[in-house]
Design a protein around this ligand. Sequence first.
Ligand SMILES: *Cc1c(COP(=O)(O)O)cnc(C)c1O
Length: 425
Amino acid sequence: MLKDTTLDYAQSLDKQDTLAHMRDHFAIPKQANGENEYYFTGNSLGLQPILAKEAVMELLDAWGKHGVKGHFEGEFPWMPYHEFITDFAAQIVGAQHKEVVMMNSLTVNLHLMMASFYQPQGKRCKILIEDHAFPSDHYAVESQIKHHKLNPAEHMMTWQPRDGEELLNHDDLYQIIEQQGDEIALILLPGIQYYTGQVLDMKTITEKAHAKGILVGFDLAHAAGNIELELHNWQVDFACWCSYKYLNSGAGSVAGCFVHEKHATNTQLNRFAGWWGHDKSTRFKMANEFHAIPTAEGWQLSNPPVLSLAAVRGAYETVILAGGMKKLREKSIKLTQYFRSLLQAELGDKVTIITPEAIGQSGSQLSLMINVEGLDGKAMFNAIEAKGVTTDWREPNVIRAAPVPLYNSYEDCFHFVRILKECLA
Ligand SMILES: *Cc1c(COP(=O)(O)O)cnc(C)c1O
């Protein structure tokens, strides 16, 4: 239980915070009164890193200066532009260099990965997802099943929380795998569930699935840039993430894709192909005989939108500048624990936090439900927003608030709780 709920204490924690200076690397939106917003929406759209803006401006300058020659000239030529980000991306998700590529957007990449890794055959035709999957993932899976002329009602399985519970219980999943594993072709799950903020045990899920011959992919929209990942060591088959949430590269920016080495180097693997995935040394021979690059890059289709990649480069570089995910996660654990205990100390059971408390089972985000007779959560979300607290609302009943270690302070958390308390009174 938190003993000290004062502003002084929050400020003293900020003084001890070795990452506090990173806040100066971001543009913080202002309230109407000129004060900084209390921004808790990094789980939805991260703030703009100064380095991202600089990289975009540099790119615009290079375009103006070089025209088509910009593909090969300047400090960051466009031809290999995505390669300037690979190292950062690999560090952020715990991958080898050859296992990652920045391309397309998240849902597109999920489709490309399923084109390769969902190959229904014989008895093994099903895809398992979670019951409350993000709609885009749900639609992607459903349409992939239909694409193979199969029936989603029969071939899409779901793992759901037990009656009356919000969180997924891993034992239930392991039981499904044990009992019906030989009918499942692919398991596609989030690394962190977007509604509850629950972190799934990606390592064990992958192990158990592989033991039954099932391939495993993760949607890391809420995990990349939030928690430490070891995709290579965990033997995950593929993973996709967007870069605009915890990775701060701007709305709709270029997404990331991980293909495990054991598949990435297999140029014979079935895929939807395009010229940017073709062997770089012969790409411009225009010979119409596809030779996949023997890395994750072999899944690229088009020459990428370099303006967006520039923002991604600056944003990922900011994460590395902060010392990488280990460092960020250390602060994140402290910051979110402080936030949680202050909420509990000040608001008691007026607010229920559905996000699990154990350190390995949650990231930055806490999902809050308002528990006061006659007050609805949506109205409370609007009330705190009018006082400068930016969070996001998710139907049916949750305020999601994520103090993120790159730019949120302990003082931000203090004000969040103060304002919510005022609004609840
Ligand atoms: C944010 C999010 C998406 C968004 O998909 P886009 O293709 O980037 O528009 C998809 N799935 C999950 C789980 C998300 O959290």
